[in-house]
Design a protein around this ligand. Structure first.
Ligand code: FAD
Length: 398
């Protein structure tokens, strides 16, 4: 496929927008997918929905680390390659446009290095040694847990409590919908340290998953069929005070400190997947014949494809322009929200048209466009809903 889909969008948008280094990384990634990850996924029957066993994921994380990909997106002080955001989004867009079900694990998207970038300003040398370096080296995995039943978009409304007891904290509460928790060794947990229910004081802690009182419940699947998300129950879970990250009451700024960059960094995944939907629709339009002609000869189908390509090109341009302005040091809060909003809504519209072009095949479970449609629907909710992005944009305007 998919190199083709990627290059097609690229051809329309002109020469490669990143550095020579990013181009070289993409070339090496292409070989890694072709020679190792795609055959590995096939050999083990890994699908987009089915996911992989923990042992296989560990193998992929370690191999990606050996090849220098796994921690590459971390800041330099955490062992990363110090990529510009423009290079970062281009490399990540490529990874997702390959269409391999193991793609998110090359950077450890669910429980690897992207989960620890926010710690850089707060971590002590002890935290580096026990948590950050092992995650960056693919020896341990970590999930990030803020959401609770009563604390979703209103992330500060936490009910999970951490109560100090001598040299320890005792944690009680339940974290909901935590990505990567089924395979995580560590969890970055946001908890309330306030004794007064009227006062919000959120503090960050790392909790090891093998501590007594830490348990998972994973009795649901996402719309896209994956089961890489679970709830974390903390029941009198005792951790040393040295597991506190940053100062008391600074947890939300730690959690949301990189929110602008993180919002941008979700967009290449959406657009990489949207380019797959686009390519599948284009291929189907050329192959499928009705009324004695290929359906791609009907103007209605051509116009859908034209709209898909136009919107994909516009979304890429926005993603890259926001990456450039953040690289140049702009605050970028509102424009990063614009990118997250526009790219997620656009990617979903592209998938919707791709389903339409496939006709009945598009609504039969098991076809790729049908999965892409469900997957791309999720991004309009994940990591800050479209409404919350609009709130951020409006706040900047008013
Ligand atoms: C598959 C999956 C993976 C996830 N991974 C993680 C993870 O790893 N870590 C983690 O901490 N969380 C995670 N989450 C939680 C996710 O971030 C939240 O589900 C999301 O932020 C929305 O919160 P909510 O579900 O409570 O929705 P709600 O906040 O209840 O929102 C419901 C509706 O109300 C709207 N709404 C709420 N407030 C406002 C407002 N002020 N103005 C306008 N509209 C508003 C929303 O836009 C939405 O349409 C995950 C969720 C899922 C489903």
């Amino acid at each position: 496929m998919t190199e083709q889909a990627f290059m097609q969008v690229r051809d329309m948008t002109g020469p490669f927008e990143g550095s020579d280094r990013a181009r070289e990384i993409i070339d090496r990634l292409g070989a890694y997918f072709r020679d190792e990850l795609i055959p590995l996924a096939e050999e083990h029957g890994v699908t987009h929905e089915g996911g992989a066993e923990r042992a296989l994921l560990r193998q992929v994380w370690k191999r990606s680390n050996e090849l220098g990909f796994y921690g590459m997106t971390l800041p330099r002080e955490m062992g990363g390659a110090g990529l510009s955001l423009v290079d970062h989004v281009l490399v990540k867009e490529y990874i997702y446009s390959v269409g391999c079900p193991l793609a998110p694990h090359v950077f450890g998207e669910l429980s690897g290095p992207p989960r620890i970038g926010a710690l850089v300003r707060y971590a002590t040398p002890d935290h580096f040694e026990r948590f950050i370096h092992p995650v960056a080296r693919a020896e341990k995995s970590i999930c990030f847990a803020i959401t609770e039943t009563e604390a979703g978009s209103d992330a500060g409304a936490l009910q999970t409590k951490a109560v100090r007891d001598g040299d320890t904290y005792v944690l009680n509460g339940r974290k909901r919908y935590i990505s990567g928790s089924p395979f995580a060794d560590l969890a970055l947990i946001m908890a309330s340290t306030s004794l007064d229910p009227e006062v919000r004081e959120v503090t960050a802690f790392v909790v090891e998953a093998n501590r007594p009182g830490y348990r998972l419940q994973a009795d649901y699947k996402t719309l896209a069929g994956q089961s890489s998300t679970a709830d974390i129950f903390l029941e009198d879970c005792r951790i040393p005070v040295t597991n506190q990250i940053g100062e008391l009451g600074r947890g939300l700024s730690l959690a949301l400190g990189r929110i602008t960059v993180n919002r941008l960094l979700h967009t290449p995944a959406m657009l990489g997947l949207a380019s797959l939907a686009m390519e599948d629709a284009r291929a189907h339009a050329m192959k499928r014949r009705q009324f004695g002609k290929s359906i791609g000869s009907f103007q209605a189908i051509q116009h859908m494809l034209a709209d898909m390509a136009t919107e994909l090109t516009a979304a890429r341009a926005l993603m890259l322009s926001v990456a450039r302005s953040l690289d140049a040091g702009a605050d970028g809060r509102a424009v990063a929200s614009m990118a997250k909003l526009f790219c997620s809504e656009t990617a979903f519209r592209i998938a919707d048209r791709a389903v339409q072009i496939h006709g009945g095949e598009g609504i039969i479970q098991g076809t790729r466009v049908e999965w892409l449609f469900r997957m791309l629907r999720m991004y309009r909710v994940l990591t800050g809903t479209s409404e919350i992005q609009r709130n951020t944009i409006a706040k900047a305007l008013l």
